[in-house]
Design a protein around this ligand. Structure first.
Ligand SMILES: [Zn+2]
Ligand SMILES: [Zn+2]
Length: 361
């Protein structure tokens, strides 16, 4: 075993954050996925992990400072078999943590599922891919290399667990056997893909049913689609957080769709018809005469489907009366004439869109 301080390249008095930073840097540098052509990388990577396990844990670090590597040999003079405490679980959680993956309690995984505005209204199928730890495909979880002989572990007699005595505690405790990593058997050669762990990282793709009308911020849990941290353990769950991408034209308010549609001064004053996009395609909307800027019109049933009852919300259309940017000489003189005809009468004060909405409910 190499001196963990040398492995991480830090001094004896290194702080917790210095150790963490060194670990992250070296783990990324020697990660086997980044060094596929270099078989030595895996060895260096494990060494970095082992060093971090000792130096990131104050108890283990103190034991190393006091007893050196003897503290980490089974039955070493440190009195406690520290190497067994972390074991595979903590290698994985350190590792995943360093790469921004959280295994969470029991291997639960959290992911965000982004859907479009239209998908959140109509529903549909959505694919999601994520990295997941599961039974190793190279050994089907046995941890043995192909063709390797598998013997019963002599350290635990095949039970996978051993009893141990902790200082100051009068009773013996049980922990997973470190010799066989809790499996109860020892292969003559370890599976090269998972190094005997029986579980490995892989890509998982799922097809998710998005129900119509799904709300942003809602969650869905898929049982058993999280990480399997040990071959004989049930996998954790996958929790999906639904995120709805903003739409350039529509907004959502409850089960209603809100939008803003430009109309000309003439359409607003005389009334008319405008084409309005909805989630179900374009519809003709009647603009009543004397419509004020900011008036809100309702298109029934073009909103989001109600979740708990039948039917759907509405689309609320705010009218934006547009003033022309360019006028011909004839248009100018017509407008001037119109101005003279209308006089200086002040139009009704425009109320805000929100105030209009409040009146509707
Ligand atoms: Zn394997
Ligand atoms: Zn064993």
């Amino acid at each position: 075993m190499r001196d963990p301080y040398d492995v991480l390249g830090v001094g004896r008095s290194a702080t917790e954050s210095e150790i963490k930073a060194a670990f992250r840097r070296l783990a990324a540098q020697h990660h086997p996925d980044r060094n596929r052509d270099d078989p030595e990388a895996q060895v260096r990577f494990k060494e970095v992990n082992a060093a971090n396990q000792i130096l990131s844990d104050p108890q283990k670090r103190a034991a190393f400072d006091r007893y050196g590597e003897a503290a980490f040999r089974p039955g070493g003079s440190g009195g406690v078999d520290f190497a067994d405490f972390g074991g595979l679980d903590s290698i994985f959680s350190d590792l995943l943590g360093a790469f921004g993956l959280r295994t969470g309690e029991g291997g639960h995984v959290k992911k965000t599922l982004e859907v479009t505005f239209e998908e959140s209204a109509r529903g549909g199928k959505k694919e999601i891919s994520y990295e997941r730890i599961d039974i190793c495909g190279g050994c089907q979880g046995r941890g043995a290399a192909p063709g390797a002989r598998v013997d019963t572990c002599s350290a635990c007699g095949g039970r996978g667990r051993v009893r141990y005595q902790q200082a100051f505690l009068p009773i013996a405790l049980e922990r997973p056997c470190s010799s066989c990593r809790g499996t109860g058997s020892i292969p003559s050669a370890r599976c090269p893909k998972c190094d005997g762990a029986g579980v490995a990282r892989g890509e998982r793709t799922l097809s998710i049913d998005v129900p119509p009308g799904i709300e942003p911020g809602s969650t869905r849990t898929l049982n058993g689609e999280g990480h399997r941290l040990k071959p004989h353990q049930p996998p954790g769950d996958l929790e999906l957080l639904i995120d709805v991408a903003p739409h350039p034209f529509f907004r959502r308010s409850g089960d209603d769709v809100l939008c803003r549609v430009p109309v000309t001064f003439t359409q607003a004053a005389l009334g008319g018809e405008v084409l309005v996009p909805t989630l179900g395609g374009k519809v003709k909307l009647k603009v009543p005469p004397s419509s004020q800027p900011g008036a809100v019109l309702r298109i029934r049933g073009q909103g989001f489907p109600h979740r708990l009852r039948s039917g759907a919300g509405d689309q609320l259309v705010e009218l934006a009366v547009e003033v022309p940017e360019w006028l011909s000489d004839r248009a100018k003189s017509l407008l001037k004439e119109l101005g003279d005809e209308l006089g200086e009468d002040v139009q009704p004060e425009r109320r805000s869109f929100l105030e209009k909405l409040k009146e509707l409910f």
